[in-house]
Write a protein that binds this ligand. Structure first.
Ligand code: DGL
Length: 264
């Protein structure tokens, strides 16, 4: 099937790390992004609430006649994927299986670190997926609830973020991990900070994993055009535009955007 229009959602700006990667790799796609800022963060919510929000987000994005949905939120992917796949008849890509597969591809010693929201870690989604593919791999995880608000605040490479991240990563440092799954789409912008703490560990981001997955599973071809030649459109919606979403989104994407508001 030919994929031209892709819907992508997250609770806030985080999913734009996936948008950036997908847009650079497949510059001819038309992308429709929704940040559910009115209900952020998802990471502390219950399973039912996360599924309910994910359902509404998907319904909204379907109004753009999309060919494929990317759930660019690890928290939502951890809980709502089976439900969304039952309810909606279109291909849906979540973050967990591409991220787990890429981590296993890159690890040499099979000691995999994982950071994510409380809900993602609690769900055990990555652990289950990794064990399914390779039962010998060991997973060491840590939930990092304060990192999402720091990213939403635009504190990407900042001393406050570094102090918080050091505290969360303390337990992982001693485990000898050689890869770290950034199991939340907000985290890739923190790579420079995380690298200061774990310099020898390879970081696995949802955006890179998703692009690889789109190539391998959906046969999407990379366009030879450099990012400056992006032809596809990008519309960005938020359920609450009262925050400084636009500013942070522009910083993250490195381009000016027009932010549209939607009530769900
Ligand atoms: N970016 C989302 C994720 O990948 C979650 C952030 C939140 O807690 O809302 O899990």
């Amino acid at each position: 099937m030919s994929i031209k229009r892709v819907g992508i959602f997250d609770s806030g700006v985080g999913g734009l790390t996936v948008v950036k990667e997908v847009r650079n790799t497949f510059p001819n796609l038309d992308l429709f992004y929704l940040g559910d800022t009115a209900r952020l963060p998802y990471g502390d919510k219950s399973e039912d609430t996360i599924i309910n929000y994910s359902y509404k987000n998907t319904k909204f994005l379907l109004s753009f006649d999309i060919d494929l949905l990317i759930v660019a939120c690890n928290t939502s992917s951890s809980f709502s994927l089976p439900f969304l796949e039952r309810e909606f008849k279109l291909p849906i890509v979540g973050m967990i299986s591409p991220g787990a597969a890429l981590a296993l591809k890159r690890t040499k010693n099979k000691k995999i670190g994982l950071i994510g929201t409380r809900a993602t870690i609690r769900s055990g989604s990555y652990r289950k997926e990794i064990e399914k593919i390779d039962s010998k791999a060991e997973v060491y995880d840590a939930s990092c609830p304060l990192l999402v608000p720091l990213v939403e605040e635009g504190f990407f490479d900042d001393e406050v973020t570094e102090i918080v991240a050091r505290r969360y990563l303390k337990g992982l440092e001693e485990k000898g991990i050689d890869v770290l799954i950034l199991g939340c789409t907000h985290y890739p912008v923190l790579k420079p900070t995380l690298k200061k703490i774990l310099p020898d560990v390879e970081m696995i981001s949802s955006g890179e994993a998703t692009s690889l997955h789109l190539k391998e599973k959906f046969g999407l071809g990379e366009s030879p055009a450099p990012p400056s030649k992006i032809k596809g459109g990008l519309r960005i919606f938020a359920t609450d535009t009262g925050t400084h979403f636009k500013e942070v989104a522009e910083k993250l994407l490195g381009e000016n955007i027009e932010l549209e508001s939607v009530a769900l």
